[in-house]
Design a protein around this ligand. Structure first.
Ligand code: ZN
Length: 506
């Protein structure tokens, strides 16, 4: 048994490290497909390409499987902004998702106004009736700072050791733990944002400029700005401007100079099919007693619109497609079936994976289990950027620890050895974990994820690290194969209690 396992590992390593197809997959999902906002034309280019490719690989039951209602697709068709007075300079800007275009058929050329209001009363008092047809920007108190830290990072041995030594009772989600004051401030900001949105709809500026978190060097963080529900109306033009350009324009306006800008923004909404789709396919199992059970792997195919979503999450999808290719090409015959799911709607709240889990396994609201709930051994996810695998988060599943530790042994030489009891959040494994199906996300080196690529206009193919993606594909192929061959399924945690219909976020 052990020698059969190491023979399979050798085959997988050889295929994954010497004959990798992962960067070819990544090219097709990024450069060739374009941005993959859920239900956009780019998303369907990628989804249909992936479907054909998985079919060519020899997978069965490959399809775009609807998971439920999503809403409208959207894409940008034109975005040009430049300051024309006091002198000419081009401006880096990208439309926020699900927002509209500038009025009329021609380019607009208007004065830029700064809006500075601490609440909606001040907003209406000072600006009602004054911004129609204008280009407006909200005052920003941010400043840019030189960066003395490197953009790219890998886990240090100390950091990994600390994770390995986490205890079950201290295991916690490492991110997004806001205190009460921060929560309040965030709520107030959101409320003011909503009121601003209402104000713009009523007052009809020609274009609204915004600046997100201060990103240096032309990097802009850009996500949504409008709504995608079926009755969403075509909104006002609303773009994210690079911080460097935004603050420069702001200083000129505050100095009292007449700043004029020409701009043309055009976008399209796609209301004809409101359903959301995941790409699914499988390698059928070969063991009569186990082939009705599954190992599932996934990443999310949808991205934001600012670039081509290379690290978020073409990387994960390419790795999972490559893991399937490696298993097929190695001639291995998995006992359990292996299913790949490339999710959509992840960026809007893990919608595709949650829909899938609800349709096939259980709804966390009532925890009434469907028959297939018991047939999944494990779900593996990759969605923390391009970085290689350093280990795996157990998500509190203590009994899986020794199994994964053993499976990582052949990969210590490739830098992967850490097994931590910790939870990690924000990715699709949570949809499975929420109904008691073992769901795991791997520990990945950060590389430039938070500093440079995550949800930015810099999330492009060139920010992928080929050697890291090859390493990840190889390790995942091995994990998946071992899971398919293991006599027992991966041990499960206690079933969660029904959540009720209250949305507790993720
Ligand atoms: Zn994301």
């Amino acid at each position: 048994m052990l020698s059969a396992q190491s023979d399979a590992t050798d085959k997988i390593k050889n295929e994954g490290l010497q004959h990798s197809g992962v960067m070819n997959f990544a090219f097709h999902l990024t450069d060739a497909s374009g941005p993959r906002l859920t239900n956009s034309p780019g998303f369907f280019r990628a989804a249909n390409w992936a479907k054909d490719e998985l079919t060519k690989m020899g997978l069965t039951n490959v399809s775009l499987e609807p998971w439920g209602d999503f809403g409208q697709g959207w894409e940008q068709n034109r975005c040009y902004l430049a300051v024309t007075a006091p002198y000419y300079f081009p401006v880096v800007a990208i439309p926020r998702a699900w927002t509209g275009g500038t009025p009329g058929k021609k380019m607009i050329n208007e004065e830029v106004m700064i809006i500075r209001a601490k609440d909606s009363a001040e907003l209406y008092q000072n600006y009602a009736g004054k911004i129609k047809g204008k280009i407006v920007m909200i005052y920003s108190g941010d400043t840019l700072k030189p960066s003395f830290e490197p953009d790219g990072n890998r886990f240090s041995d100390e950091a990994l050791e600390k994770m390995a030594n986490s205890k079950p009772d201290t295991a916690r989600r490492p991110q997004n733990n806001l205190n009460a004051d921060q929560m309040n401030a965030a709520r107030q900001r959101q409320a003011l944002q909503r009121q601003m949105g209402e104000f713009y709809k009523k007052e009809q500026p020609a274009l609204v400029l915004s600046m997100s978190r201060a990103g240096n060097d032309g990097t802009l963080f850009v996500q949504g700005g409008g709504t995608y529900t079926k009755d969403a109306e075509n909104n006002y033009a609303y773009v994210m401007v690079s911080s460097d350009d935004y603050l420069r324009i702001q200083r000129l306006v505050l100095d009292g100079q007449k700043v004029k800008m020409e701009a043309e923004v055009k976008t399209t909404f796609y209301p004809s099919d409101l359903k959301g789709y995941n790409v699914v396919g499988e390698i059928p199992g070969t063991d009569p007693a186990l082939k009705d059970e599954w190992v599932i792997v996934g990443g999310h195919l949808d991205s934001w619109q600012g670039a081509t979503g290379a690290t978020d999450n073409a990387a994960g999808c390419s790795v999972m497609m490559e893991a399937m290719r490696i298993i097929k090409a190695s001639g291995l015959q998995p006992k359990r079936s292996i299913r790949i799911c490339l999710w959509s709607g992840e960026e809007q709240g893990l919608l595709g994976s949650r829909g899938y889990v609800k349709n096939h396994f259980a709804d966390p609201a009532d925890m009434i289990l469907k028959p297939d709930h018991g047939k999944v051994s494990a779900y593996y996810n990759l969605d923390n950027g391009t970085g290689k695998i350093r280990g795996i988060y157990l998500q509190g599943n203590k009994e899986a620890g020794p199994i994964f530790s053993q499976w990582l042994e052949p990969f210590h030489e490739l830098g992967a050895k850490t097994v931590t009891i910790d939870n990690t959040g924000g990715t699709d494994h949570q949809a499975f974990d929420a109904v008691g199906i073992p769901g795991f996300q791997f520990i990945q080196d950060e590389i430039e994820y938070d500093t440079r690529t995550h949800h930015t206009n810099m999330d492009t193919y060139d920010h992928l690290v080929p050697a890291d993606l090859m390493q990840a594909s190889t390790i995942i192929a091995s994990f998946v194969y071992n899971t398919a061959q293991r006599e027992e399924k991966i041990p499960r945690k206690a079933l969660p209690k029904p959540r009720g219909t209250v949305n507790r976020g993720f």
